[in-house]
Design a protein around this ligand. Sequence first.
Ligand code: 9MR
Length: 376
Amino acid sequence: MNKLRRPWAAWALLCLAAGWNPHEGWAVTNAPSLRERFAGRFLVGVALDGRLPDAYSTAEQELIARQFDALTPANCMKMMHVQRAEGRFDFELADAFMAFAARNKQKVCGHCLVWAKDERTPAWIFRDGDQPVTREKLLERMRAHIEAVAGRYRGRVISWDVVNEPLDDGKEYLRPSQWVALTGEEFMVQAFEHAHRVDPDAILVLNDYNIEQPAKRSKLLRLLKTLLDRKAPIHAVGIQGHFELDAIPWQDLEDTVVAIRNLGLQVMITELDIDVVLRSKWWADNGKHRAELAQYNPFAKGCPPEVLQRQAEQYRRLFELFCRYDKTITRVAFWDLHDGRSWLNDFPWRRANHPLLFDREARPKPAFEAVVRPDP
Ligand code: 9MR
């Protein structure tokens, strides 16, 4: 037998022995695992939402335990959830999340300490009685928040998304917000300093989307240079990785990974998915197509096999790129467990989406097969 073919033959035999069925694919419990597939290269993660463990069925919990190294709380550690009113902390869901990960011996990636977006920040932080908050008070409240949250989970999370989504999508450099209006870049410098002081072993991440695109990438590099010049303890950049089918910017993504590496920082792919019901049109043409898109739900009854195949090929190519940069990329995490749980079923309009490696029954899709298959 040709030498090159041998691993494939062995793989095929292993698949059959392990219970792969050509009509139904893998049963959840005996599928190969992503965490084993990429062991020694990068951690494979997933974001989970709701109260753990109750929010997930037994089968889903088995899938989580088997496939992933690291868990990200999709919502329960956000400021909006843990500190809805000043000084009134609610850690119930976040503690349950930590306990679930500990039982599974999985790592936790904290998300997020400061979301640089006004709508995603509790309004109280910007007010002082009937006055707008001062710069000093805002920074003081931010410090207290970081000390409380990062302090509570010190030594138990491997990383923190310290600043989330600070870059503007339009003409500005930084996203306009009260954080920026009152402090400029200062809140970010201080947020990293506080997080590092409170949890010195945590990898500190700046997390944003579309930063592989050249316009936003140059803003990212400007911000990173500023933070590094000011000795902010930043260790990694989170490229969220919310991609759209047939529109993955391959070269730009690679260039961005290299640019971040050249600054001496790690890369984490923090929120990976591939949308198959393209959403970029939603913002195009100044909203001209908004109403008609709101009705657009082409895959409500299921995703056509040819679309799933294209998605599989694009996922395969992404992981091939991630492996080529495995000295720089330390984690690749999916945003949500399976298609039925994806945020893309609701954003930016309600529709049935199919963006992940597992389908609505938590069964592996062609994309899973393509990603988990060993190198030829
Ligand atoms: O998936 C999250 C969704 O359940 C929340 O309603 C939303 C607002 O808090 O945030 C979603 O997660 C976002 C993440 O925190 C930051 N990057 C984009 C993610 C998807 O919107």
